[in-house]
Ligand binder design. Structure first.
Ligand code: NAD
Length: 264
């Protein structure tokens, strides 16, 4: 059978290495026949991203620092020169000063607050506007968020505040672009060991807690997130927009876990 994504073209932003959530999503899309382009930040990452893109049959690997408007313009100009349209975009990008991803939120500096909001929130809006202009037959956009947007999680701090704003922007963008049959959604992923996650204080403890306390009693994988992304980015998700979809082994529904041993 032809793949679910046959004939679909999409841009994946935020691939750093084979542990990245973007890699799980890219693999799931490519396995269903999607044609992919990748953007990376900084020369140091290019040598990592090139071979990964090649593994999925892509030689479109373009630089983009999302904190720079001109860099985003260049990315979309380069992409537009290669492709006459775009069907989907994945934004798997976030950043904050790791010294402030531990301890108290109250200590967040103005400078880091603004930088975190710029790179982790505004960048999705900046990308969405340009991507929508290329989506002539409708499309689907996806960003990545975390439960720290909804509830206080240890050490997540300013990133939790940023993710709350990101989830709100998903809803506003869904309304803006819905008339053009462009859907905008977020996946709220459970903790996964990646480069970005390793900057968060006590991350191993957070993973263990999630594993022991989520309804599925496990952590989610890159593949879990990839397959849910495939649903949201393909025609299977045609009726879904403005949604924050939890792929977290159910952790977000738990108020208090039942004691597994009956006699305690
Ligand atoms: P990762 O380190 O593999 O990916 C983060 C990416 O952001 C990197 O590719 C990095 O180059 C990119 N980036 C940072 N600043 C940038 C800039 N100025 N311009 C362009 N790119 C920039 O880590 P990941 O965990 O795969 O993160 C992807 C997304 O998933 C992030 O939004 C993260 O907050 C989110 N997320 C992660 C987890 C987790 O536990 N790992 C859980 C929920 C949500």
């Amino acid at each position: 059978r032809p793949g679910l994504m046959a004939g679909k073209r999409g841009l994946i932003m935020g691939l750093a290495n084979d542990k990245s959530i973007a890699w799980g999503i890219a693999k799931a899309l490519a396995a269903e026949g999607a044609e992919l382009a990748f953007s990376y930040q900084g020369d140091a990452l290019k040598k990592r991203v090139d071979p990964l893109a090649a593994q999925l049959g892509s030689d479109t690997v373009l630089p983009c620092d999302v904190s720079n408007e001109a860099s985003i313009d260049t990315l979309f100009a380069d992409l537009g020169a290669k492709w006459d349209g775009l069907d989907f975009v994945v934004h798997a990008i976030g950043f904050s000063d790791k010294d402030q991803l531990r301890g108290r939120y109250a200590e967040t500096t103005r400078e880091n607050f603004l930088m975190t909001m710029d790179i982790s929130v505004y960048s999705f809006t900046a990308v969405a506007r340009r991507a929508a202009a290329m989506m002539k037959d409708g499309g689907s956009m996806l960003t990545l968020t975390y439960y720290g947007a909804e509830r206080v999680m240890p050490h997540y701090n300013v990133m939790g505040v940023a993710k709350a704003a990101l989830e709100a922007s998903v809803r506003y963008l869904a309304e803006d672009f819905g008339k053009d049959n462009i859907r905008v959604n977020a996946i709220s992923a459970g903790p996964i060991k990646t480069l970005a996650a390793s900057g968060i204080g006590d991350f191993r403890y957070i993973m263990k807690w999630n594993e022991l306390n989520s309804p599925l009693r496990r952590n989610v994988t890159q593949e879990d997130v990839g397959n849910s992304a495939l649903y949201l980015l393909s025609r299977l998700g045609a009726g879904v927009t403005g949604e924050t979809h939890h792929v977290d082994a159910g952790y977000h529904v738990v108020g208090m876990k039942a004691v597994d041993a009956p006699d305690i």
